[in-house]
Design a protein around this ligand. Structure first.
Ligand code: HEM
Length: 323
């Protein structure tokens, strides 16, 4: 007859199993809001004060930095890759289609980084600075706040082709948007909540021309008013606010626009066009509390997309170049 299983072996085995289970869970939740508590205690105050200044000077900057974070996270994770400059031997993401002559706010990130370096040299990643700055910009414009997990490290590479292929286009339909977000672990609810970022900021005529001239699910007065600053030929870079009522305020008016067929981009209006997201759009349009809480939760999720942690990547000294 086999000897009874010794108690101490059982205890040892359960400890090993629970450590294993913990490390599996941890691999999905490696970021911590306290990551720099000892090494850079003033980090959050430094970022906040710089973002207050930047947004006071130009409210649109809150929008531009939020978009930078989205474009960073969607290309190989939130790793600061979008911040790298092209050089004669390096082609990065800044010159990818969705970013060139469009992504902005790099100077603000540079200036925050130099303030952070002055306080805690070679300690805080550019990827984490961008994550904090995006949150602070939203808050400055009246939006929700959330706790930013920290501990991301900076990429030593960038991928122009991934930027071209993985960031969704404004001409996308709902099924394409849904699958682009699903590829990043974000569901349709996250898509609809995160698209609410278009309650702030501006878009160029070339991205909404076809919508205002050729689409039929559009409010006629809205189309006319947008055409005034977006000729059928030329004026590609002319700007229009993405949201009509309060474009410098982070609120739920984006969803009111969608319900009134005043979405500026094709990819905005597909969220309210007889499809699966209509109900959620209507509910956000009526209830900014539920929009704010879903937006904040989805931003945390987006900020967790495949970060480099531990000894992967590096802490860049200058956000524009690898060390
Ligand atoms: C759902 C798919 C999305 C598409 C197709 C899309 C597309 C675009 C386009 C074409 C612009 C205008 C760019 C220009 O004219 O130069 C824009 C602006 C913007 N996007 Fe998105 N976007 C999407 C999702 C998001 C998400 C998830 C966020 C952030 C959470 C975001 C934040 C912004 C902001 C804040 C602006 C204004 C930027 C500024 O004024 O500088 N977008 N987006």
């Amino acid at each position: 007859m086999a000897a009874p299983f010794p108690h101490h072996l059982f205890v040892t085995l359960s400890i090993i199993l629970s450590v294993l289970a913990c490390s599996i869970v941890m691999s999905h939740a490696q970021l911590s809001p306290n990551f720099y508590a000892k090494t850079c205690p003033n980090l959050q105050a430094i970022v906040l004060s710089a973002m207050k200044q930047a947004v006071t000077k130009e409210p649109r900057m809150g929008a531009s930095i939020l978009r930078l974070f989205f474009h960073d996270c969607f290309v190989n994770g939130c790793d600061g890759s979008i911040l790298l400059d092209d050089t004669s031997t390096f082609t990065g993401e800044k010159s990818a289609g969705p970013n060139q002559n469009s992504a902005r706010g790099f100077d603000v990130i540079d200036s925050i980084k130099s303030n952070v370096e002055a306080a805690c040299n070679a300690t805080v990643s550019c990827a984490d600075i961008l994550a904090l700055a995006a949150r602070d910009g939203v808050v400055q414009l009246g939006g929700p706040s959330w706790t930013v997990g920290l501990g991301r490290r900076d990429a030593r590479t960038a991928s122009q082709s991934a930027a071209n292929n993985q960031i969704p286009s404004p001409f996308s339909d709902l099924s394409t948007l849904t699958s682009r977000f699903a590829a990043k672990g974000l569901n349709a609810r996250d898509l609809t909540a995160l698209s609410g970022a278009h309650t702030i900021g501006q878009a160029q005529c070339q991205f909404f021309r076809n919508r205002v001239y050729n689409e039929t699910n559009i409010d006629a007065n809205f189309a006319t008013s947008r055409k005034a600053n977006c000729p059928s030929a030329g004026g590609n870079a002319n700007l229009s606010p993405l949201e009509t009522l309060t474009p410098a305020r982070f609120d739920n008016n984006y969803y009111r626009d969608l319900v009134a067929k005043r979405g500026l981009l094709h990819s905005d209006q597909v969220l309210f066009n007889g499809g699966t997201q209509d109900g959620l759009v209507r509910s956000y349009s009526a209830n900014s509390v539920s929009f704010f809480s879903d937006f904040a939760a989805a931003m945390v999720k987006m900020g967790n997309i495949s970060p480099l942690t531990g000894t992967s990547g590096e802490i860049r000294k200058n956000c524009r170049v690898v060390n």
